[in-house]
Structure formats: structure tokens, C-alpha cells
Write a protein that binds this ligand. Structure first.
Ligand SMILES: Cc1cc2nc3c(=O)[nH]c(=O)nc-3n(C[C@H](O)[C@H](O)[C@H](O)COP(=O)(O)OP(=O)(O)OC[C@H]3O[C@@H](n4cnc5c(N)ncnc54)[C@H](O)[C@@H]3O)c2cc1C
Length: 410
């Protein structure tokens, strides 16, 4: 087994519990580094609700692939397992499930999985980074460590994760090694990452835009290519927040295609009609006061400036063109062109071993007798909300569910 993260720990625990002589190789000097930093150190373990609704949060092809794994090891199974290790969790109103312990609880989740792994008798080798894969379809022969050591086994499970947050141990190098062996792979691609802007607004750092939707277009006047409802937060370099993370992947794809522009839909509907009515009913109302219904106070004067309107502009003096501009501003508040979305800053990495190359019932790589892959190394990237850890736990469980045989090592 290579990779002692969410998927690898569950796979190793599962295989060893079934009597397999299991060795877990982990590049870091401790297990589960990414779980430790997950959910801001609190760990959003999974998502609440029936598995059908958990599955529905993934893109359709991924959901189809994940179905056997997520039903084999459900969110309830994960939480029961943790509860038996003394880590109790509860769901928030938005369905995200966290340990009840609060800050730092991600470390307890990691410790619980590590305890399971060790009790099951898994031989854990820390500081053991796999550099290369030796073999030829249909059999993998050995994992080659950085110091040149070859580790042979009857079966291999790879759970080395994605390529984001490389300082947590995930550099993504085994994807290329798999590709070189002829396993179909999609290159790593940024996902769930903050979006830099070509013209950032550092003076707005920390300000949120709420209750609207982030829009991706090819240009300011172009049609909407993608829309994600949710908040965004201005950062020094661009935008973050739920909607920005979720839209980062299509934004980077559009940017690479040569045309990407971002706006935030603050309000929808017949805004021009509303403004006409308002000019009649409340002519002395300051435009800025009206704007503050949607836009944070600090942004109102600069927003009026963007339209060439004075900060004390009254409704009654607003010309037709100004009204139209104002309605357009609320329909798509301009954030401008995105910069390059950084793969390393993503909560997950898109790309990985192609799902079509893997049997969803076993996680075995097609055409290979003794090779399974699980977790983020697969071409799976769910939304924020506990979905990605659940996918890692479930695929790890299925990958570690090896057919019972007398003496074998993994
Ligand atoms: C900041 C952050 C916060 C997140 N928060 C959440 C959250 O709250 N909820 C959620 O559902 N998801 C969250 N995620 C995503 C989630 O952590 C991952 O989807 C999940 O950890 C993937 O599990 P994995 O086992 O496939 O990979 P990982 O957990 O990344 O584990 C892979 C392991 O393999 C090891 N490894 C890599 N290469 C090698 C090699 N060549 N040889 C040996 N070992 C190797 C790595 O050191 C690592 O320990 C977050 C991600 C980040 C970056």
C-alpha cells in the first residue's frame, strides 16, 4: 500500500483486518497530514443524509462510478467507526458533519484512524516515498522507494492522493508513473481553489459578497458559461469563498481556452423596472442607500464611481443610461479577468486515473491483476462539504476489500 492518507488508512485497515499481511508506505513522518488540516483543523468528515443525495452532489459520471463504494461504506459507517474510537460527530444545518470537539478535532480524527490501522496489525513505514512503479500489465512487480529499495508484494493499492498542498506530502508523481505503465490518466488540474484576479482589489480584502451567484462569462457582455450560487470573499490577490472555490475549475478551463471574465450576480429580476418605480415613489432616495441593500457599504461609493455617478446621486436625477448601468451592475458586478488558478492551492485536484480504466466494484485497474487505486488519485473531485473525504474513505474501503485468500501480502 502506498499513501497513508484518508483512503490509504482505511484501505490498509480493511485489508489487514481481513488477514492480509499489509505494509503501508507513507512519505511523511506521520499519517493523515491532509486530514489534520482539513476543515480548517476541524475536519468536515462527511456529509449528512441518504447516500443517494450525497452521490448527487458529485458530477454525474463520478457519481455513477462512486455508487458501489459509497454504498459499501456509507457516511453512517464512517461515523460509527469513529464513534467506536471515541470521536463523536454531529451534522450542521448545512449537512456538513464535524467532530463535536471543535478546533483541533481533525487531529483526533486522524489519531482514531491511525489507531485502527495499528491495531489491525498494519506495518506502517513512515518517511517512505515511492518514486517509481515496476512491472508490466497485467502485473505490478514492485514499488521503488526514493532510496532505490524495491518492495515486492502480491497485490498493490495506491492511495497517494492528488497534487495540491504538496507540503502535506502529495506531489502527484505516481500519476505520471501510472501513465508511463499505460494506465489511462488525466493530468492534474486545479479545483476548489481561490481565484486570483488580473486586477485584484486588495483594499476590499476580507469583504464578502453574499446571497448572490458567481458568474463565469467569456467577457462582460457575453452569455453566462457557468454560474455558482453562494458567497465570495475578496482576498489580497482575488477572490475566495464557497462560490469561488466551486467555480475555480471551469474558470481555469475557460481561461486556458482564452476567454474568461467573472461577475457576481447581486440581484436578479427586472431591476430597471424596479428603479423606474423607485424614481417615481422615492425620488429623493440616495442611489447609494439603495445600492447598500446588495453591496457591502464600503463598496458602494467605488461602485458608483465605476458608473461615473456621484456618491450623493439622488434617484430623481438618475438618467436613463445611468439606470440601465446600475441594473447591469447588480446583475453582474464586474470582478474582471481571472489570473492562473493555482493547482497547489486547491482543496482537491481534478484529474487522476480515468474512471473508465477502473472497475468501480473493486477499484482494480482494468487490465491489471494486482493493482488497485483509491482516493483522490482517482479522477474524482467533489464539492466542498465533506464529500471528498467520504469519497476517499469509501473508495479506500472497497480497494482494501480484497478477496479472502490464504497468505498474501499487500
Ligand atoms: C486545506 C484542505 C482542507 C480540506 N478540507 C476538507 C474537508 O474538511 N472535508 C473534505 O471532505 N475534504 C477536505 N479536503 C480534501 C480532502 O482532504 C482530500 O480529498 C482527501 O484527503 C483525499 O484523501 P486521499 O487519501 O486520497 O489523499 P491524502 O489524504 O492526500 O493522502 C495521500 C497520502 O499519500 C502520501 N503520498 C503521496 N505521494 C506518495 C508517494 N509517492 N509515496 C508514499 N506516500 C505518498 C501523502 O503524503 C499523503 O499522506 C481538504 C483538502 C485541503 C487541502
Amino acid at each position: 500500500m502506498a499513501g497513508g492518507g484518508a483512503a490509504g488508512m482505511i484501505a490498509a485497515w480493511r485489508a489487514a483486518s481481513a488477514g492480509f499481511d499489509t505494509t503501508l508506505l507513507e512519505a511523511n513522518d506521520r499519517l493523515g497530514m491532509k486530514i489534520r488540516i482539513s476543515g480548517g483543523g476541524k475536519c468536515n468528515i462527511t456529509h449528512d443524509g441518504p447516500m443517494a443525495s450525497v452521490l448527487a452532489a458529485f458530477p454525474r459520471a463520478q457519481a455513477r462510478f462512486l455508487r458501489p463504494a459509497l454504498f459499501a461504506f456509507t457516511n453512517r459507517d464512517v461515523l460509527d467507526l469513529l464513534a467506536r474510537e471515541g470521536v463523536h460527530a454531529q451534522a450542521r444545518d448545512n449537512g456538513r458533519v464535524f467532530p463535536v470537539d471543535g478546533p483541533g478535532s481533525a487531529a483526533k480524527v486522524t489519531a482514531a484512524f491511525e489507531a485502527l490501522v495499528r491495531r489491525a496489525g498494519v506495518q506502517v513505514r513512515l518517511g517512505a516515498r515511492v518514486r517509481a512503479l515496476e512491472g508490466r500489465a497485467p502485473r505490478l512487480e514492485a514499488l521503488v522507494l526514493e532510496d532505490g529499495t524495491w518492495l515486492r508484494a502480491d497485490r498493490f493499492i495506491l492511495a497517494t492522493g492528488g497534487a495540491s498542498y504538496p507540503r502535506t506530502g502529495t506531489r502527484g508523481e505516481l500519476l505520471a508513473a501510472l501513465g508511463a505503465l499505460g494506465v489511462p490518466v488525466a493530468p492534474w488540474f486545479p479545483a476548489l481553489a481561490p481565484i486570483p484576479l488580473k486586477a485584484p482589489r486588495p483594499e476590499w480584502e476580507g469583504i464578502p459578497l453574499r446571497e448572490g451567484a458567481l458568474l463565469l462569462k467569456a467577457g462582460p457582455g457575453a452569455k453566462v458559461l457557468a454560474r455558482y450560487p453562494g458567497d465570495v470573499l475578496f482576498t489580497r490577490a482575488g477572490i475566495s469563498g464557497p462560490a469561488a472555490l466551486e467555480l475555480s475549475r471551469p474558470v481555469e478551463a475557460a481561461r486556458r481556452d482564452g476567454a474568461a471574465w467573472l461577475g457576481y450576480e447581486l440581484a436578479a429580476g427586472d431591476l430597471d423596472g424596479d428603479l423606474v418605480a423607485l424614481q417615481r415613489e422615492n425620488p429623493h432616495l440616495a442611489v447609494r442607500t439603495w445600492l447598500a441593500r446588495w453591496l457591502p457599504e464600503r463598496m458602494c461609493a467605488p461602485a458608483l464611481g465605476m458608473l461615473g455617478l456621484a456618491p450623493d446621486q439622488r434617484m430623481k436625477d438618475l438618467p436613463r443610461a445611468g439606470r440601465k448601468d446600475l441594473a447591469a451592475l447588480l446583475a453582474a458586478f464586474p470582478l474582471g479577468e481571472p489570473g492562473r488558478v493555482d493547482l497547489e492551492k486547491g482543496e482537491v485536484s481534478a484529474g487522476g486515473v480515468l474512471l473508465s480504466a477502473v472497475d468501480p466494484r473493486t477499484l482494480a485497474v482494468k487490465g491489471w491483476e494486482n493493482l488497485r487505486v483509491c482516493g483522490e488519485l482517482l479522477d474524482v473531485d467533489g464539492p466542498v462539504g465533506g464529500y471528498n473525504l467520504q469519497a476517499a474513505f469509501s473508495t479506500g474501503y472497497l480497494a482494501g476489500s480484497l478477496a479472502e485468500v490464504s497468505t498474501h501480502s499487500t
